[in-house]
Design a protein around this ligand. Structure first.
Ligand SMILES: [Zn+2]
Length: 148
């Protein structure tokens, strides 16, 4: 059994708040409300709820500063993005992962640097490529096992 990676388990709304925390390094509920006001029109009570949920989930740390609280990320943005893509790829049959990756690249605007990195990576990947990727699904959750 491969080691079960720690999943992010946060909602889209919580993710929006985490992005502010990563960008600012340290923030307050007032600042998060101001920054997300245009995009989300969340009330300050909504932001406070999201912040305290993220503290419960150990995504944010909090510190009392006089009579106000500041919040700071406990998990790196880079790590979270990795978990996010792992979680996404766990949702499809391993035989279809190649298609998902292809469609992500198709839909992305890339820099020359990004493309150089991808080309290098693909050359590396070719060395360990297989003829057919084995299915890793629970029987019945993809067509690989259906004999009808
Ligand atoms: Zn499958």
């Amino acid at each position: 059994m491969p080691e079960k990676k720690k999943s992010l388990n946060i909602t889209d709304a919580e993710w929006e708040v985490m992005r502010v925390a990563w960008a600012t390094k340290e923030t307050t509920s007032k600042e998060v409300t101001e920054i997300l006001n245009e995009k989300k029109e969340w009330k300050s009570t909504t932001v406070k709820t999201l912040l305290s949920r993220l503290v419960d989930k150990e995504m944010l740390g909090t510190m009392r500063n006089g009579n106000k609280f500041t919040y700071f990320p406990l998990i790196e943005e880079r790590k979270s993005i990795e978990s996010l893509s792992e979680e996404m790829l766990e949702k499809v049959c391993s035989k279809k992962v190649g298609r998902v990756v292809t469609s992500i690249i198709k839909d992305s605007q890339l820099s020359f640097d990004d493309i150089d990195q991808l080309e290098t990576l693909l050359k590396e990947k070719r060395k360990t490529a297989v003829k057919v990727v084995p299915c890793n699904c629970t029987p019945g959750q993809c067509q690989c096992h259906l004999v009808r």
